[in-house]
Each structure stands twice: as C-alpha cells, then as structure tokens.
Design a protein around this ligand. Structure first.
Ligand SMILES: Nc1ncnc2c1ncn2[C@@H]1O[C@H](COP(=O)(O)OP(=O)(O)OP(=O)(O)O)[C@@H](O)[C@H]1O
Ligand SMILES: [Mg+2]
Length: 314
C-alpha cells in the first residue's frame, strides 16, 4: 500500500498503545492503519564486572536537560565477548524495555520499518496486518533498540536509518506513508564484530555511530563470575578450571571469549554429571580437557593439560 504524497507525521509519544485482551499483543493505530508492535526481550540476566563500559554506554544515552538528545554508540569487540549482553544490561538498568534487531547481509530496508503481512482470519478470509519492526516499536514505546551485528547490514538497509541516527530522530516508512519521530526515551546502540568478514559501513553511517565503545576480555575473577551466572547448575570445580584455562590461553595470545568459556563449562559439567548419574567418576579437569578439544579443537586443549600437569605434579 502506497499512500504517496499524503505522508503522515507522528511522534512515538503521541501514539496510544492498545493491548489486545486475548493475545496481549500491542497495537497502535496511525491514520486508520493498525500496526502490531514487536515484543520486548526479557532475559533473566545480570551483567558482571566491567562497570566502565556499562557506565560509558549509559553516559552516552544520558539526557538531563529538556530537549537534549542521546547519542547512538556502537559496541565493538570479538564475537562472544558480551556486546549484546552489555546493550541489554544497560537498557534494563535504566528501566527501559529492550528490543533486538538482528542485522544480516540480506536485511532489506523494509525489514527495519513496517512490513505488511497477510494473515488468515478464517478458512476463506484473510487480511493484511502491518507489523512494526523492533526498531519502530522501540521508537514508539520509548525503549532501547539494540541493532545486533550491524556490520553485516548493507548500505541500503542502513540508509533508511540515517535520519533516525542524527538530531532529526525520525524514520520514514514509505509502505504506510508514515514519518515517525522517535519517543524521547528511545535509545539506540549498534553492536559490531571487529572481524574482517563484514561489510565496511559507509562513512555517513559511521559518522553517526558514536562513541565507539570497545569491549575487551574480562579478567580472571570477572570471568569466573560470568561463568557462574550463566551456568548456575555446573560443578564449581569445572568453572574454576575453565576460568584458569581462559586466563592461561589468553596470556599465550589466544582470543577465547566468555561465550567459548560458557560452552566449555556447560559441556564439561554435563560430562561430569552424566558419568555420575551412571555411577562413574570423571575428573572435572579431564572433563574440561575433553570439552576444550571438542569445542575449540584438540591442539587448544594443551593449555588445559598444562594446568593439570602442574597441579598433579605439585
Ligand atoms: N559481563 C558479563 N556478564 C554476564 N554475562 C556475560 C558477560 N559477558 C559475556 N557474558 C555472556 O557471554 C555470552 C556471550 O555474550 P554476547 O552474546 O553478549 O556476546 P557478543 O559479543 O554479542 O557476541 P556476538 O558478536 O557473537 O553477537 C552470553 O551468554 C552472555 O550472557
Ligand atoms: Mg551479539
């Protein structure tokens, strides 16, 4: 549906959000068009350690004066270092609902806006429903939009976000003839990997995504706590070994991330539990060796073997 010249301008905060009693879905109506909103993401999750980056992200969003605008930071770091987790933690800590948008190489501009969808209402009846993206939803309700893996998105998709990311703070949806101004509470952050496999962002987009907040590896004690909150059911000895392993490997220049650690701890813990369940004993250290071999590779387990040799020789 093209409404061409009769483009409607609205601001997120002016729109009334209605909740459908049976489905609990949220809707807004703009000029007779009912638009279904996305659902916020709810994670039972606690951010550990690195207060500096958390505060930098919150500071870049901070507005204390009437009419002051937040910035649109980008979080950059290795895959699995905690970028998405940090965006979510920052959003939650300022009491805003968090919405994710997963950027991919084939994200089309409309995927970021409002998409018409044909839904079947009965056996031989169907209607068009308009579905707001998570970006649009966050702009309407005044939430955080975490644009994940933004570096994978092509320029065409980014172009539709350009006016949103400067002082104009609006987005245009041609398909519903709408110019939507973001709610004052709307906050935006893009997460990006620093690997070379991704598209380089065009300069006019890069220049809008500031500040650049780099996320590095946690230290040994933070890492141990990250493992614990993410793996509450895993044998604590396994978690100690995994934290030791990550510390030693990183000193040797290997970039294993908290996510790698979580997978290793999870699998090693399951190996130990499974053997115990079947009346057998498996040493937690040996379980971590196996887990490293099967998650990172045989050679990578040498760091863990060294830890065990040293421990057993002592
Ligand atoms: N400081 C932290 N506190 C709690 N959990 C963390 C922390 N850092 C990382 N994690 C955990 O590590 C895992 C990986 O984090 P996350 O998915 O945020 O990484 P990412 O950098 O976004 O990775 P990718 O680039 O692959 O998207 C998650 O399970 C997350 O909960
Ligand atoms: Mg991520």
């Amino acid at each position: 549906m093209t409404r061409g010249v009769e483009k409607v301008q609205v601001s997120g905060e002016e729109l009334q959000v209605e909740i459908d009693a049976s489905t609990e879905q949220q809707y807004v109506t703009v000029c007779g068009i009912r638009i279904r909103l996305a659902r916020p993401y709810e994670l039972d999750f606690e951010w550990i350690g690195n207060r500096t980056v958390l505060n930098q992200l919150k500071a870049s969003w901070f507005c204390s004066k009437e009419g002051e605008k937040p910035m649109n930071p980008r979080l950059v770091g290795k895959p699995g270092v905690g970028k998405t987790a940090l965006g979510y933690a920052a959003g939650k800590s300022i009491g805003l609902p968090c919405y994710f948008f997963q950027g991919t190489a084939d994200t089309r501009p409309n995927d970021l806006l409002v998409t018409p969808l044909v839904v079947e209402t009965s056996k031989d009846e169907s209607k068009v429903e308009y579905i707001a993206s998570t970006v649009i939803t966050a702009m309407i309700v005044g939430g955080v939009c975490i644009l994940d893996e933004g570096n994978r998105m092509q320029e065409k998709a980014w172009a539709s976000l350009a006016p949103l990311l400067d002082s104009r703070r609006y987005i245009e949806s041609i398909s519903v003839g709408l110019l939507l101004k973001a709610h004052p509470n709307f906050r935006f952050v893009a997460t990006m990997n620093d690997d070379a496999s991704c598209f380089d962002l065009p300069e006019y987009i890069q220049s809008r995504l500031h500040p650049y907040i780099g996320l590095d590896f946690p230290d040994r004690s933070e890492e141990r706590k990250i493992l614990e909150v993410n793996l509450p059911f895993t044998d604590p000895t396994v978690l100690d070994y995994v934290a030791d392993f990550l510390e030693v490997a990183r000193k040797e220049g290997e970039d294993y991330t908290p996510r790698d650690g979580i997978h290793i701890g999870n699998y090693a813990g399951k190996l130990v539990d499974f053997e115990a369940h079947n009346g057998r004993d498996l040493d937690p250290g040996d379980a971590v060796v196996t887990a490293v071999e099967q998650i990172l590779g045989i050679r990578q387990a040498r760091f863990m073997k060294q830890i065990l040799w040293r421990e057993r020789a002592a």
